[in-house]
Design a protein around this ligand. Sequence first.
Ligand code: ZN
Length: 202
Amino acid sequence: MIGIPLIKIDVSEYGVDMKKIAKLPRPICSSCGLIKRYLMNKVPREMEANKIATGHHGDDFLVFFFKNIMGGNIEWIAKFTPLLKSSGKSIARIRPLFFVGNEDNEKFCNAVELPYIREELCPYINFKRKIDKSRKKWFEIINQIQKKKPDFRERMVDGIAKLAKRIYSSLEKPRECKLCGEPTNAEICGFCKLIEMSKNKK
Ligand SMILES: [Zn+2]
């Protein structure tokens, strides 16, 4: 609609076999997320892009924040900022909607008739089931708090961004994966491990 070419990639060209990955004893959404994060850094970088913008909004980050705090994944919070600077082979990430709430985002899309996917369906779970019920519940919780405390969202995402900066500076610098050369915190990156594991599946 705005004249920017849409680039589609075929994950099988990168050795990904979703059918096999779906059979692994790990949640498919987490495998899918890992593949997405890996390719959304590698592909644009190889096309000489210097930034990647994602459409996550403020409520997404609030949900990620609560979920990760509750799951004890403190390091993940380091990435919850409106701008994540480039480092080594990781290209910079920007989140233009970081301070925008879900409802405002939806209202805007409807007002300018911007098409978007309303139902998130995944062929690897149960085709008829909406996969992200918990996200919806979290959005409702955030809206309830917001009603009682109108500056909740704004101040909370601002606080998260500040905390993220602190955590980020305390983290080890990523190294390069021994197999593929992409950025990772381990010797072999999660993507390569996943592909390796899926190869053994029939
Ligand atoms: Zn790798």
